[in-house]
Design a protein. Structure first.
Length: 371
């Protein structure tokens, strides 16, 4: 099973500190960083778009477009190769964990070779925006997606959607028995039967959303109640779903697409399904993978071309078919297992408010969710 964005395939020379240490570095660096006013940066896509709504001229500066990708090479590498074929723009991709790559951009400062940052969640994008390291995007690019899926500051944009869900073992649990929101998981009925992956960036973004929506004290109370209820920690979301399939735990908090990969590989008999919380709380949030142009980019036009490519119809269909994510533009065929995005009950959450990774890491350490 390789469908995980916690893996860090390497084709670059980036610092090799553990991802958790890098997330801490990112958080600490944010507090010290002040905005820098400079040009913008680029990135790289995968499946060929049928139209390219933004800049379409190949970069005329020397050197390739440099993308720092927090998205796994197995997921987006084919799309980036297709981008190179379709546009003639040469691309160099440096892969790593989302927080790790964002921290690298902050550490490198204006000397960073990165043109574009491509992250797996809005939290890391918001952190770079807050630090002043992303350049404003053209209005015609920003308007390609609903305002819910882009930064209100106009310097990053979502490329695909990822819903938080509760995966459950269908042999052990009936959907009718599942709670209406995440607070129901703190009840005695779920003692020792729940899994989560607290080092995962998407989980940390979810906790940040919980802090934003319900306040610090309530977020801390929920985390402490979950730990007191014997929640089991796993290295990543894939491991959570595997444990559910084996019946080691009954339910787990993950993103929606992990289960779909298991169903594709093992068939409909795999004993697990997604449960979308029916109440508009943090457990029902929609996060995004997305990208922004680094403000010291050497190839800002090529970076904007890549951003537009990510939101072309063919690239969006790639996300729907190959990564099982939600496309963010209309008219894209969706995996029939998934409910349409517009039918999901979601909280009123500005994804730009998820930038406080430092506060979330401190909270997770304080309650003992992170060692």
């Amino acid at each position: 099973m390789t469908f995980s964005e916690s893996a860090t395939p390497s084709r670059a020379t980036v610092p090799t500190l553990p991802v958790f240490l890098w997330t801490l570095c990112l958080a600490l660096l944010l507090a010290a960083c002040s905005p820098v006013a400079a040009p913008a940066a680029p990135a790289a896509p995968a499946t060929a778009p049928t139209e390219s709504p933004a800049v379409t001229e190949p970069v005329d500066a020397d050197g390739p477009l440099v993308i720092y990708s927090g998205r796994n090479e197995n997921l987006v590498g084919p799309l980036i190769e297709q981008f190179k074929t379709d546009t003639g723009i040469q691309v160099e991709v440096r892969y790593g964990g989302t927080s790790e790559m964002a921290a690298t951009i902050l550490e490198e400062g204006n000397n960073s070779p990165a043109d574009l940052f491509y992250g797996q969640d809005a939290g890391a994008l918001g952190s770079l925006s807050q630090a002043g390291r992303l350049a404003p995007l053209p209005a015609d690019v920003l308007e390609l997606v609903d305002s819910r899926f882009r930064n209100t500051q106009g310097d990053w944009i979502g490329s695909s959607g990822r819903a938080r869900v509760l995966v459950y073992n269908t042999d052990l649990v009936s959907e009718a028995d599942l709670p209406a929101d995440i607070w129901g998981l703190t009840e005695a009925r779920w003692q020792g039967k729940i899994g989560w992956a607290p080092t995962n960036g998407s989980f940390q973004a979810f906790v940040t959303a919980l802090r934003v929506l319900e306040g610090e004290e309530q977020a801390k109370a929920w985390l402490e109640a979950m730990i007191a209820n014997g929640v089991q920690s796993f290295a990543n979301n894939t491991s959570v779903v595997e444990a559910i399939g084996r019946g080691e735990i009954e339910v787990g908090l993950v993103n929606h697409y992990y289960l779909l990969q298991f169903l594709a590989e093992q068939g409909e008999n795999f004993p697990a399904r997604n449960y979308f919380f029916p109440t508009a709380t943090a457990g029902a949030m929609i996060n995004v993978a997305g990208a922004g142009v680094v403000n010291s980019a050497a190839h800002p036009e090529a970076a904007q071309t890549f951003l537009a490519y990510l939101l072309s119809s063919s690239a969006q269909q790639y996300f729907a078919d190959q990564t099982n994510e939600y496309p963010l533009i209309p008219g894209i065929s969706l995996n029939p297992v998934l409910p349409p995005l517009e039918e999901l009950v979601t909280p009123a959450l500005d994804l730009a408010d998820l930038e406080d990774l430092q506060g979330t890491l401190e909270l997770l350490q304080d309650v003992g969710a992170l060692e």
